[in-house]
Design a protein around this ligand. Structure first.
Ligand code: V3L
Length: 85
């Protein structure tokens, strides 16, 4: 919702918003005090680690992106790879 938090993952020169469903899953896990959240993104399982604040493929922990949780008003490249500016 408009008052809620938005999760972002790192792109090459800016941040992308997670899609709405992933954002809800992240908020639910984070607010439940879980240490991580597993997401299915375009057929690939990813883990978001809330302590390190990183995202990585479940099958390859070496390729990591930073994530952040902030106001939905931050500048972003778009949503889940779809450009909005
Ligand atoms: N939501 C959607 N797609 C994702 C996500 C996510 N949370 N994480 C990774 N991918 P990796 P620029 C991104 C996609 O980390 O130009 C952007 O959404 C990821 O897409 O190695 O670098 C853009 O579509 C990538 O295509 O597992 O800012 C694209 O990169 C693929 O999964 C280019 O963005 C492998 O990412």
């Amino acid at each position: 919702g408009v008052e809620g938090f938005q999760w972002y993952y790192e792109g090459r020169n800016g941040w992308w918003k997670y899609d709405e469903r992933s954002n809800s899953e992240l908020e639910n896990a984070f607010n439940n005090g879980e240490s991580e959240c597993t997401l299915l993104l375009a057929g690939t399982l990813y883990i978001v680690d809330f302590q390190a604040m990183t995202q990585f493929r479940r099958s390859d922990h070496t390729r990591r992106r930073r994530v952040q949780r902030d106001t939905p008003r931050l500048p972003a490249k778009g949503i889940a790879g779809i450009r909005t500016n």
